[in-house]
Design a protein around this ligand. Structure first.
Ligand code: PEP
Length: 247
């Protein structure tokens, strides 16, 4: 699976039931040949049904987490290989809700990332500062630390997408200024270019309260190649406005 250079990825989090799958039908008929990649990351239970539904369309399916082992005594967990078998092409790793709710460390995220790549998944890795860290002036150090701690060597633009998601912007309706987004995306681009031969081609997403009304302004920022979208990806009507701004 190659990551499309321009990408709109929807993170449904712990939302959505079988009925929500019709939103995907709406998306696929609205965008039979979109000018960007579209990925929907539903709860794991919906991955098989959604991939079946999306077969033959432009929509790809992703998971929201995976375990670092291929199999074993890990009750309640799902391996990357299992997700791939269920129909996922992508997986979100290191989301701040996983780092916060489950205490995931950079080391754990890195181990999961390696397992995901081994299973053939493209990883959307999330980094971003808390409000305290931003107010304390350490945003760039925090992001630099998460990039080096969570991302192993040897990756390519085909299996890694980086999402900058300021924790304080997720689900809050607060969005950084375009200057603040540009500063962090420039840092991520230069880190990726320094570490990876095709770092200049890697897809970099912004995430945090993206909606149709602010998408165009955000996508105009240098080194922003798309968005990771939570709330506004749940309904096709909302998500299509974001996709339209990206195409
Ligand atoms: C997210 O959870 O990845 C996210 C960006 O959420 P929202 O768009 O709802 O802020």
């Amino acid at each position: 699976m190659t990551a499309p250079k321009k990408l709109a990825a929807g993170n449904w989090k712990m939302n959505g039931s079988q009925e929500a799958l019709s939103e995907v039908d709406q998306l696929s008929s609205a965008y039979p040949a979109p000018g960007c990649g579209i990925v929907i990351c539903p709860p794991a239970t919906l991955i098989p049904a959604l991939s079946e539904r999306a077969r033959g369309t432009a929509i790809k399916v992703g998971a929201q987490d995976c375990h670092a082992e291929v199999s074993g005594a890990h009750t309640g967990d799902i391996s990357a290989k299992m997700l791939a078998e269920a129909g996922a092409d992508f997986v979100i790793l290191g989301h701040s809700e996983r780092r916060g709710d489950h205490g995931e460390t950079d080391d754990q995220v890195r181990a999961k990332l390696m397992a995901a790549v081994d299973a053939g998944l493209t990883v959307i890795i999330c980094v971003g500062e808390t409000l305290e860290q931003r107010d304390g002036g350490s945003t760039l150090d925090v992001v630099r630390g998460q990039l080096s701690g969570s991302i192993p060597d040897g990756l390519t633009a085909a299996n890694l997408v980086v999402a900058y998601e300021p924790v304080w912007a997720i689900g809050t309706g607060k969005v950084p200024t375009t200057e603040q987004i540009a500063e962090v995306h420039d840092l991520i681009r230069s880190e990726m270019t320094r570490r990876f031969a095709d770092g200049a081609a890697m897809t970099l997403l912004y995430g945090g309260s993206v909606k149709a009304a602010n998408a165009e302004e955000i996508f105009a920022v240098a080194n922003v190649d798309g968005a990771l979208v939570g709330g506004a990806s749940l309904r096709a009507d909302d998500f299509t406005g974001i996709i339209r701004a990206l195409e």
